[in-house]
Design a binder for this molecule. Structure first.
Ligand code: UDP
Ligand code: MG
Length: 313
């Protein structure tokens, strides 16, 4: 392939206020490495001036900046996936566009790669997000720890380094709704984690609404294991055993004591509870069926409108 050492991958969705500041901080850090590098921005269907600004950055650094322009919004993880596919570096680092991940921390990630780790994860020292996000993320971490066997401190921080073999495997996997840090972590032979600074978002708002956060959490829960559905089966087995005992008791009661009519509301409460559990179960099954549908329908995970880069001679 080529001799590029580092590819920096940045997903971009409506980040017009941050992109120039990011570039101004990122490029000197990369220059300082004194090794060949590239920066790949994926414009994930931004509706603001992000693409224009990216084109300007490409003009300014034609040899170093490449742009993937998506035809629509396919989400952060697909934006990263597309950039992984295009990346040429021996090492790939993923960075948010909003400067919450300080580019100055890149050498710390690279030091760990140099020390022989194939995936370098990160956890946020002193996270700067609103408290609700904080709690939500703690919870997601807990659920992920429970459901997948990935032992990582903080899956939510995207600021990570991956070596070429890992990137290739992630790309080959061809998954559509996935969570790249967890996926890569499970492929890693020798992963490690470093604590990195995490700054508050200075410009714009988080691109994640509550709805999207819940969607990503469900993807996280269902893309790596069958534990949710097995848990459900397990619950069903316990409840049905207990109800069978109850049936035996009721039959005996009917024979020896006679019919009973009290306790209608107790019954109602139990029935409502069980119905709601059943509805949730259908939902969980639906998530898995949905995944199968997405994977078998072979629909595009993302559509690239254009790739803007220096053409190779
Ligand atoms: N992002 C994206 N597509 C989306 C949502 C977000 O490419 O649909 C990008 C966004 O531009 C940013 C990164 O993903 O570079 C993280 O998004 P954000 O900062 O909004 O998430 P948070 O930091 O709040 O988790
Ligand atoms: Mg952010």
């Amino acid at each position: 392939m080529s001799d590029i050492y580092l590819s920096v991958v940045v997903p971009v969705y409506n980040e017009e206020e941050s992109l120039e500041a990011l570039s101004d901080r990122l490029m000197p850090v990369l220059e300082n490495l004194k090794k060949p590098y590239e920066v790949i921005y994926t414009n994930d269907g931004s509706k603001d001036k992000s693409l224009e600004i990216l084109k300007k950055l490409h003009k300014k650094y034609p040899h170093h900046v490449r742009i993937i322009d998506f035809m629509g919004n396919f989400g952060q993880h697909m934006a990263i996936m597309a950039a992984f596919e295009q990346s040429r570096g021996a090492v790939v680092i993923n960075l948010d566009a909003d400067l919450q991940n300080p580019p100055e921390e890149i050498p710390k990630l690279l030091a760990k790669v140099e020390a022989g780790h194939d995936v370098v994860g990160s956890f946020r020292i002193k996270r700067s997000d609103n408290p609700l996000r904080h709690i939500g993320s703690r919870f997601a971490n807990f659920v992920r720890g429970f459901i997948t066997d990935a032992k990582m401190k903080d899956q939510g921080c995207m600021f990570r380094a991956y070596t070429r073999p890992i990137v290739n495997q992630v790309v080959q996997g061809g998954e559509s709704h996935t969570f790249i840090p967890v996926l890569a972590w499970r492929l890693a032979q020798n992963p490690t984690e470093v604590g990195l600074r995490h700054d508050a978002r200075e410009q714009g708002d988080s691109k994640y609404s509550l709805y999207h956060l819940i969607r990503v959490a469900i993807d996280l829960a269902t893309s790596f294991s069958l534990v949710p559905i097995q848990f459900f089966t397990f619950f069903g087995m316990i409840v049905s055993s207990l109800s069978f005992l109850l049936v035996l008791y009721m039959v005996a009661r009917r024979i020896f004591i006679g019919p009973e009519a009290q306790g209608v509301f107790t019954l109602l409460t139990i029935v409502i509870f069980l119905i709601s559990v059943a509805i949730m179960g259908i939902g969980i099954i639906g998530e898995y069926v949905g995944r199968m549908y997405q994977n078998t329908s072979k629909r595009h995970r993302f559509i690239i409108r254009d790739i803007i880069e220096e053409k190779k001679k």
